[in-house]
Design a protein around this ligand. Structure first.
Ligand code: ARG
Length: 596
C-alpha cells in the first residue's frame, strides 16, 4: 500500500519550489499547472504573479526556469512561451516508472486519507407501502457510488437509509388490514427474491389504493383510521405489530429492487423515520427552550430572514404542527443529533432530490442555531435533478402514471441483452458467448447502462431517460467502457508467452504518452470526486481513458510491436488501463465483464 505521487504533483511541487526560490517576494504562489496539448503540461501562474509584482512575465518565467533543479528525467524540457507561460515536457522514462509504481500497488498508488473523517451518508430512502420511482433510483445509484468512492479514499462511512416508514397514512393502512386481514398474504412462497418482491409490492399497492378509496368515500372508515393513528402513536402493541408488517413487506420489495440494481443494502443501516420517534419530544423541547423555535398559531416554528413565500410572508420550518403531530423536519433534526452525537459524524451527506433543498437549508440552519451542528461538522445535500422522459417532461408512462422502477430495469436488461447477443454473433466461433453468458452479461450491461447514464451527468442537472442512448455502443455510455475493458482483456489473453512488463528505457509514442499521463491522474480524480461529491468527474475520466486507449490501440500495435520489449511495455500499458478502468467502474457500482 504505497501511495504514488502523480507526475503532475511532482512537477507542480518543483515549479512551486522554483517560484519561491527565484521570486521570494511572491510568497507561496500557485504555478497553476494544467495538462496541455502543446506539451505535457502548461503552467500559467506566472502571468498573474507578474501583474502583482509589476514585472515582465517572460523575464520572470525565465528566472523560474533558471531556478529549477537539473534534469533528472522528470522535467525533460521546460520552455517559456507566449506572454509568459511555461510549457513542460516530462521524460518518457519518468512516465513509465511512475506507472510501474502504480501497477505494483493494489490501490494503483491511490493514497488513503491519513486523517479520515466520518461521513454519515443518507441515501436510498424509499417510502413504505409505496412503489419506488426514478427519484429513488437516483438517490440509490449516486449514494452507492459515493459510499464506494469515499471508502476507497479512506473515509469512514456510515450508511443511513432514511426510509419513510411513519406518518398518518399508516392509520388508514393498518385499519384496512384489520378489516381485510388477508390482503398482505403471499400466494406461494417461491423462495425467489424477485418474485416475492413483486408480489409484496403488488399487494401493498392494491391495499394502498383500496384503503385510500375507502378513506375518501366512507366517513366512518375515516374516523376509525384516525383513531388508529392515535393508537399507533401511543404505542399500542397490536397496532405496532401490524405497522411492522407493512415495513417488513416493503423491505422485501425494496431489497428485491436493490438486488436487481446489484447494490448491497444492509438491514442495520435501514433506520427510517420511525427510528427517531423517541427523540422528537426532546428535540422540540430543546429548540423551544433555547429560543431557536417559537410558537406560532399553535405550531412550533423556526423562522428565517431569507425564506419568504410569494406573498412576502416568512415561511417557517414547522417542527411540530398545531395538532401536536411531528413532521419530516422534527425527524431530520433528531437524526442530525443522533448522527453527530452518537455516530460521531464529521460530515453529513444527504443524497436527496433537489426539490427538497429548501427543507435541508432550513434544517441545517436550525441545527446550527441549536448547536447540534458545530463548525467542525459539515452538512451537505448532494442534490439531484429530475429524471425526464425523451420528450423532456418529467418521466411518466403514456397513461400519465409514474413509471415502475422494476419495469425500467427489466427493459434495460432486455435491450442490453440484445445488444450483447448481436455483437456476440459477429464474433468468430471460438469467442461466441453461451446463452447463459449472454443473460449474465446482459444484466451487467443493462444495469450498468442505467447507473452510468445517471452518474455521468452532473447530479443537479435533470437528465433524459433514453434507453436507446443508454445501451448504445458508441458515445459516452457504460457499454462503450465495458467493451473497451473486455477488448483489453482479450488482447492480454492472446499475448501467449509475452507478459506485461514496464520498460522505462523505451521511448514512447505520442498516443502512449497521452494514455500514460492520463492513467497517472487516477488518484487525483478520486481525491477530487471524494471532496466535491461529483461522481460524474470519475465517469468523465473513465470515458476519456477509454478514448485514449482506443487511439493508442489504433496507432500502436501491441502484440505485433517491433521488439519483444515493446510488446511487453505495451501489454503493460494495456494491463494498467484495464485495472484502472475496472477499479473506476467498480467505484461507480458498475461491473466490467472479462468477456463481452
Ligand atoms: N423518503 C424521502 C422521499 O422519498 C427521502 C428521504 C430523504 N432523507 C431525509 N433524511 N430526509 O422523498
Amino acid at each position: 500500500m504505497a501511495s504514488v505521487p502523480s507526475l503532475a504533483s511532482t512537477v507542480q511541487q518543483r515549479l512551486a519550489d522554483a517560484l519561491s526560490a527565484a521570486l521570494p517576494e511572491a510568497g507561496s504562489a500557485d504555478p497553476l499547472l494544467r495538462r496541455s496539448d502543446r506539451a505535457d503540461f502548461q503552467a500559467n501562474g506566472i502571468l498573474a504573479l507578474a501583474k502583482k509584482l509589476k514585472g515582465n512575465p517572460r523575464e520572470l518565467a525565465a528566472q523560474v526556469v533558471g531556478a529549477l533543479p537539473a534534469d533528472d528525467g522528470v522535467l525533460k524540457e521546460v520552455e517559456v512561451s507566449g506572454p509568459g507561460f511555461l510549457n513542460i515536457t516530462v521524460g518518457d522514462g519518468a512516465i513509465v516508472e511512475t506507472l510501474a509504481a502504480r501497477a505494483a500497488d493494489d490501490r494503483l498508488g491511490v493514497p488513503s486519507a491519513e486523517h479520515p473523517g466520518t461521513t454519515v451518508i443518507d441515501y436510498a430512502q424509499p417510502n413504505v407501502a409505496k412503489e419506488m420511482h426514478v427519484g429513488h433510483l437516483r438517490s440509490a445509484v449516486i449514494g452507492d457510488a459515493m459510499v464506494r468512492i469515499l471508502e476507497f479514499a479512506g473515509e469512514k462511512v456510515v450508511r443511513r437509509h432514511h426510509i419513510g416508514d411513519w406518518g398518518t397514512q399508516f392509520g388508514m393502512l393498518i385499519q384496512y388490514l384489520i378489516e381485510h386481514p388477508h390482503e398482505l398474504d403471499h400466494k406461494a412462497d417461491t423462495g425467489d427474491a424477485q418474485t416475492s418482491g413483486e408480489e409484496a409490492m403488488s399487494n401493498l399497492n392494491r391495499l394502498y389504493k383500496a384503503s385510500r378509496a375507502l378513506f375518501d368515500s366512507d366517513e366512518e372508515f375515516k374516523a376509525r383510521s384516525r383513531d388508529r393513528v392515535v393508537l399507533l402513536q401511543s404505542g399500542d402493541p397490536e397496532t405496532l405489530r401490524l405497522w411492522q408488517r407493512f415495513v417488513d413487506e416493503s423491505k422485501i420489495y425494496f431489497y428485491s429492487v436493490f438486488d436487481k440494481l446489484d447494490m448491497e443494502i444492509r438491514d442495520p443501516d435501514v433506520v427510517g423515520e420511525s427510528g427517531y420517534n423517541d427523540m422528537l419530544d426532546e428535540t422540540c423541547r430543546l429548540l423551544e427552550e433555547s429560543g431557536v423555535a417559537v410558537r406560532s398559531e399553535g405550531a412550533l416554528c423556526v423562522f428565517f430572514d431569507d425564506v419568504k413565500g410569494p406573498d412576502g410572508q416568512p415561511v417557517p420550518l414547522i417542527v411540530r404542527k398545531s395538532n401536536g403531530g411531528y413532521g419530516y423536519a422534527a425527524t431530520d433534526l433528531s437524526a442530525i443529533r443522533d448522527r453527530v452525537q452518537k455516530l460521531g459524524a464529521t460530515t453529513l451527506l444527504y443524497v436527496v432530490d433537489a426539490r427538497q433543498s429548501l427543507h435541508f437549508k432550513m434544517v441545517f440552519e436550525t441545527a446550527r442555531r441549536a448547536g447540534w451542528l458545530g463548525d467542525d461538522v459539515k452538512a451537505v445535500q448532494l442534490a439531484f435533478g429530475t429524471v425526464l422522459g425523451k420528450d423532456g417532461k418529467p418521466f411518466k408512462t403514456r397513461e400519465g402514471e409514474t413509471v415502475r422502477l422494476v419495469d425500467l430495469l427489466d427493459e434495460a436488461v432486455e435491450r442490453a441483452s440484445s445488444v450483447v447477443r448481436e455483437k456476440a454473433e459477429s464474433l468468430p466461433e471460438a469467442d461466441r458467448l453461451t446463452e447463459e453468458e449472454i443473460a449474465e452479461r446482459g444484466t451487467q450491461v443493462g444495469i450498468g447502462a442505467i447507473k452510468y447514464a445517471d452518474l455521468s451527468t452532473s447530479a443537479v442537472r435533470d437528465y433524459k431517460f433514453d434507453l436507446d442512448q443508454m445501451v448504445s455502443l458508441n458515445g459516452d455510455t457504460s457499454v462503450y467502457l465495458q467493451y473497451a475493458y473486455a477488448r483489453i482483456r482479450s488482447i492480454v489473453r492472446k499475448s501467449g508467452d509475452a507478459k506485461p512488463a514496464a520498460h522505462a528505457e523505451l521511448g514512447l509514442a505520442p498516443a502512449e504518452r497521452a494514455l500514460g499521463l492520463h492513467l497517472d491522474q487516477f488518484g487525483e480524480v478520486i481525491a477530487e470526486v471524494a471532496a466535491s461529491y461529483e461522481p460524474h468527474k470519475l465517469a468523465a475520466y473513465l470515458y476519456q481513458l477509454s478514448s485514449l486507449f482506443t487511439t493508442f490501440y489504433a496507432e500502436c500495435p501491441v502484440l505485433k510491436a517491433d521488439t519483444p520489449e515493446q510488446v511487453e511495455n505495451r501489454l503493460f500499458l494495456c494491463d494498467l488501463t484495464a485495472r484502472t478502468l475496472s477499479k473506476g467502474m467498480a467505484l461507480l457500482g458498475i461491473r466490467t465483464p472479462e468477456r463481452l
